[in-house]
Design a protein around this ligand. Sequence first.
Ligand SMILES: [Zn+2]
Length: 278
Amino acid sequence: MKLGNIEFHIISDGHVLLDGGAMFGVVPRPLWEKKMPPDGRNRITLSMNCLVIRAGGKRILVETGAGGKMNPKWRDIYGLDGPFLLEGLRSLDLRPEDIDVVVNTHLHFDHCGGNTRLEQDQVVPTFPNARYFVQEGELDHAMRPNERDRASYFPENFAPIAAAGMLSVIEGDHSLTSGVDLIRIPGHTAHMQCVKLTGEGKTAFFFADLVPTTAHLPLPWIMGYDLFPMTTLENKKRWIPEAIREGWIALFAHDAGVPAAYLRDRDGHWEAEPIGVG
Ligand SMILES: [Zn+2]
């Protein structure tokens, strides 16, 4: 897809299966299971969608999926079928060394696992020529996670990047290049960032884990994983109506069927109208 001089694609690193109850917070199972039927272990199927952008002469990758470093036990727990990120990049004629910028919206393993890879017994950066952009507060938290979210943070996904001097730690909103903006939107974590693309008067918005799937459009459908659910609620009230009003292309980090959609307000119900992104 194109917005003026900005070209972007959604590719998936593969699927991750997460507990349906945890994914929908206070929403009772009889409601969410109609939209996303769970498997025998109460897990629903999510995609780990990554956004590839060509803009301002830069090749930018937003999110890197879960990657390929997890051991078989954890691969089974999370139902990982990837990693497919590098294959997806290849289909866009991109090699790992072609990536100039990597953005992690936050440092949960399903968003940054592909930052690094195993080479023999060493963990090395997957994208040798990239600067990796992370919010300072998110990095601080990832280094010292709390008892409730430590299962989501694996130092091997970001510590080797920091050690290699390849991290660009930012504080608050940041423009990567003209028309590609990182916007700090707390809720899921204290310092998550979303990505806004603008060109020729049109906008595409990568919602990260603010609205991970189209099923999470209704206001109370907020993940149990969120550290600050009331902040998520406030930010959904701000960003979803704006996306509807302005006719933005909404991009979803975890929707396995609808990675991109226009959002519509139908008599007070927010709905997604899927669009194809090649
Ligand atoms: Zn997350």
